[in-house]
Design a binder for this molecule. Structure first.
Ligand SMILES: Cc1ncc(COP(=O)(O)O)c(C=O)c1O
Length: 451
């Protein structure tokens, strides 16, 4: 347990709950009404995981801020867990999306924005051939199917404690004896994950080679740095080893940049010169509306295309009636060309550095044995003293009660932190003053726990 004084933590939690209850009466009313029709009062059950007795209901948002229905202004450092990394309602995206909306949004036919959006993605991520979906989850699912189709092999490799959306194959972790087991919390797995998936620790080249040597692996699906169990950075040489092994064993290397896009305009692929066979992006690229995309090298795309019969192409398991719709594509084109620009990333990364320095300063001042890791415009602290080398190390540092306290403390001071992480994300609209609001409040929280 990372924080030993549980009595103090329980008392601090109680005080924050009272503060929350006093300030959020309108949210409470909406919540009470909502529980008549929505389980836990929320439209998606994971929204119940926010700290506090009921969720905060949003009135409106712009840039890096949102106002709730009780009139409280918040600095949003969650940004829809990356869905709003472009900032809320970025004017250029809103203009393009609104213009398209008034001309119709979904036709099952392409618009001129489709190729333009694909060209922007190709330039950023270095692979030429793109398809679109409504979510990063669906992009991952489609690529897994394609990889199985062209290799004729049954399984994929993922990292221990990865997250790639609601992809069945990725709900697997390593058990105590190194066996593949369902990840804790998995809901209704269709088959035991050991039938579909091999799991390796992040940064473990030997384990990866052993998995590939079985001859069963169609694809490796990986984030270039883990971002969903805290941030776990790649060790020097890890990406090169992964690439070499994938080439040697004929495994399709899929890099999921949905979160790591925070590293720069072309994610970690462009920043670090990575060389995948396929790329996944999603969340923020549509400027706030549902959009996902997946890119392929020319050779992988050619293999995929030549393996498919036109007559059956709509019923093969890669689809989505609204995938590639005109609205998403207008959003992607505008967001990539006018919002998530190279210049915007410079400011976002500077803000994340300021946030990291503020958190580290509080740790140093009070000798707190926790660490903070920055990855581009994203930064996250964890309740351990050194940066984790793999997902299991990161998971072992989890402390749900402590996390809930810190997040509620922040919320009560007008700062939103992602409920699944101790993570802060910067948008092009986030200012140094926004970051400073967090630095001041975070020091106060550290004082409450350690002084
Ligand atoms: C790395 C990664 N890939 C894919 C996804 C799935 O995104 P979505 O839920 O928008 O489908 C997530 C979601 O958190 C993610 O973190």
């Amino acid at each position: 347990m990372s924080y030993r004084d549980r009595e103090r933590l329980a008392e601090l939690w109680r005080v924050e709950v009272e503060l929350f209850e006093r300030a959020r009466s309108r949210s409470r009313e909406l919540f009470t009404e909502a529980t008549r029709y929505l389980p836990d009062g929320v439209p998606m059950l994971w929204m119940a995981k926010w700290p506090g007795p009921w969720p905060v209901y949003v009135e409106s948002a712009a840039g890096a801020h949102f106002r709730d229905v009780d009139g409280i202004d918040h600095v949003d450092l969650c940004l829809g867990d990356t869905g709003a990394m472009c900032g809320h309602a970025p004017p250029a995206s809103v203009a393009a999306i609104s213009a398209q909306l008034s001309r119709g949004s979904t036709f099952m036919l392409p618009t001129a924005d489709a190729a333009a959006a694909a060209a922007l993605l190709a330039e950023r991520f270095g692979v030429p051939s793109w398809q679109f979906s409504l979510s990063a989850t669906d992009a991952n699912r489609s690529l897994i199917r394609y990889a199985r189709q062209v290799t004729g092999r049954p399984k994929i490799v993922v990292h221990d404690y990865c997250y790639h959306g609601t992809v069945d194959e990725a709900y697997a972790t390593l058990g105590p004896d190194g066996e593949v087991v369902e990840r804790r919390g998995t809901i209704g797995a269709p088959v035991p994950p050991s039938l579909t998936t091999a799991v390796v620790p992040f940064n473990d080249v030997q384990a990866l080679e052993a998995a590939f040597a079985t001859g069963e692996i169609a694809a490796m699906l990986m984030e270039p740095a883990l971002t969903n169990i805290g941030i776990v950075l790649p060790a020097p040489g890890y990406h090169q080893a992964v690439r070499e092994l994938c080439t040697r064993y004929g495994v399709i290397l899929i890099i999921d940049e949905t979160h790591t896009l925070c590293a720069g305009p072309g994610g970690m692929i462009a920043r670090d010169g990575l060389d995948p066979d396929a790329v996944v992006v999603g969340k923020s690229i549509g400027g706030g509306i549902p959009a996902g995309a997946y890119g392929m090298t020319a050779s992988f795309a050619a293999l995929v295309r030549s393996s498919l019969d036109l007559e059956d192409i709509d019923v093969g398991g890669v689809g989505g009636t609204l995938a590639g719709n005109a609205l998403s594509l207008a959003g992607i084109r505008a967001t990539l060309s006018e919002v998530l620009t190279a210049a915007a990333f410079e400011g976002m990364i500077d803000r994340a550095t300021e946030w990291t320095v503020g958190v580290q300063a509080a740790f140093d001042e009070f000798d707190v044995p926790w660490q903070v890791t920055q990855l581009g415009a994203r930064s996250e602290y964890s309740f351990r003293s050194s940066p984790p080398r793999d997902g299991a190390e990161a998971a072992a540092a989890d402390d749900f009660e402590l996390q809930q306290y810190l997040h509620l403390h922040a919320l009560n001071r007008g700062i939103l932190i992602t409920p699944f992480h101790n993570m802060a994300l910067m948008s092009p609209a986030t200012t140094a003053a926004d970051v400073e609001r967090h630095t001041v409040a975070f020091r106060e929280a550290i004082v409450s726990l350690f002084a």
